[in-house]
Ligand binder design. Structure first.
Ligand code: TMP
Length: 219
């Protein structure tokens, strides 16, 4: 099964992915954690270019193609092999982030972004996407706290440096995607404390997988 996590900066995706991974392993399901950008060695180099605050003059189209290059490497090197050996893939961000960040906020044509994904990645989509939703005031506060206490790298702050309106647009963009595809998205209230968020994720996963397992999917 292919599960992705999305949300604004500071939504707490990394913590929740680790907890879900531990839950799956404890219950006997083979699972891997990965992320975009930077889930592969080559992707790590692409990530460094994309998130470097010195690259604030990057062209939106160059940004889109770099995220797509990262994804090409990631799908072929990590995601597809893991799915073929029946592992559950837990991925910190994926294609929905491109639709929202490069489409909604950078103003690139979302039709083109979708077409690109359909054509070159055969429209590979997650089975479930957890959208960790919270207000940007709270998310950015948390993200900067992580940067200041060293748990997140301060040379990766290109998006945290964007203004407040940018993050409001990201949040709205994600919510719109979620409302358009309710069968794939689970919206989780990420303003709650970590334990409550985790419990909401487990409850939603149990609800969804009962249905997906009935459809013949392996967790
Ligand atoms: P993160 O690893 O902390 O989530 O940071 C990745 C950043 O990259 C985040 O600000 C969202 C952004 N991003 C895009 O703009 N487009 C994409 O396709 C992906 C996967 C991430």
């Amino acid at each position: 099964m292919f599960i992705t996590f999305e949300g604004i900066e500071g939504a707490g995706k990394t913590t929740q992915i680790k907890r879900l991974h531990a839950f799956l392993i404890k219950n006997g399901y083979e699972s891997i954690i990965t992320r975009e950008p930077g889930g592969t060695r080559i992707g790590g180099h692409i990530r460094a270019i994309l998130l470097n605050p010195q690259n604030s003059d990057m062209e939106p189209l160059a940004e889109l193609l770099l995220y797509t290059a990262d994804r090409a490497q990631h799908i072929n090197e990590i995601i597809k092999p893991a799915l073929s050996s029946n592992k559950t893939v837990l991925c910190d961000r994926y294609f929905d982030a491109t639709l929202v960040y490069q489409g909604v906020t950078r103003g690139l044509d979302t039709g083109l972004i979708k077409k690109l994904h359909e054509t070159i990645f055969n429209n590979l989509k997650p089975d479930i996407t957890f959208l960790l939703d919270l207000a940007p005031e709270l998310g950015l506060q948390r993200a900067w706290k992580d940067i200041n206490n060293g748990s997140r790298k301060n040379h990766e702050t290109r998006f945290e440096n964007e203004n407040f309106a940018f993050h409001e647009k990201i949040r709205a963009g994600y919510l719109e995607l979620a409302h358009n595809e309710p069968e794939r998205f689970c919206i989780i209230d990420a303003s709650k404390d970590q334990d409550h968020i985790y419990q909401d994720i487990i409850d939603s996963l149990k609800g969804r997988t009962r249905f997906l397992i009935a459809e013949g999917l392996n967790l």
